[in-house]
Design a protein around this ligand. Structure first.
Ligand SMILES: [Zn+2]
Length: 207
């Protein structure tokens, strides 16, 4: 007889097979999470790649197909309490925007002060529907996760890198400059690093 650790095998296999370990996948039903960062728009052409913008000469663009717009966001997946990147659909962005304006749930900074739950109906299908609800009260984020989050790459930088790689694949020279987000929407969701800076500045103000 010899020892065999199936737990070890399972863990190893899961790690190796799950390429998208770092990505959040929506499950049918309740998906509880904490929004950790602001969101950076990213357009993808189905089965082709990341859109670098028609104005920048994206060769994936054509009349028949449009690119699908998502918003890359860092979250804590409460299912396993780990930090993941989530390509958030616009319908959820709209529902978070509504929370931000609701006096009962208003918040200005990220990470958000409370968890949210996204209820998915027909997850993974075309006709998927999302309903977002907020936790009843604010709760602190685990110190270890906050610490881990400070080491994560900013969503803008991630999307920028994706665009540069996509351009390279298309044989196009791409100059990034500002993100789409900067150009279209005011910066109302500072990243945590900026938040910490702001807090430090607050102490400098003599009153
Ligand atoms: Zn394109």
């Amino acid at each position: 007889m010899s020892k065999f650790d199936y737990g070890d095998l399972a863990n190893k296999y899961q790690r190796e097979s799950n390429y998208s370990d770092d990505y959040f996948t929506m499950q049918e039903g309740a998906n509880k999470m904490r929004i950790m960062s602001g969101s950076e728009p990213i357009s993808e052409h189905f089965k082709k790649g990341v859109c670098i913008g028609q104005d920048k000469g994206c060769t994936y663009h054509n009349e028949k197909e449009s690119a699908s717009l998502k918003f890359l966001t860092w979250i804590i997946d409460r299912k396993d309490n780990t930090l993941k990147q989530y390509k958030m659909p616009y319908t959820i962005v709209k529902q978070i925007a509504a929370l931000q304006l609701d006096p009962e749930y208003a918040f200005e900074e990220v990470p958000m002060p409370y968890d949210v739950t996204i209820n998915a109906k027909n997850a993974g299908k075309m006709e998927v529907e999302y309903t977002l609800t907020a936790a009843r009260s604010n709760s602190p984020i685990e110190a270890n996760l906050l610490e881990e989050f400070t080491k994560k790459t900013d969503v803008r930088e991630i999307v920028n890198k994706m665009k540069i790689n996509s351009a390279k694949k298309q044989g196009i020279e791409y100059s990034s400059g500002k993100s789409d987000y900067d150009q279209s929407i005011p910066d109302s969701l500072p990243v945590i690093k900026e938040l910490t800076d702001a807090e430090q500045h607050l102490e400098d103000i003599p009153f």
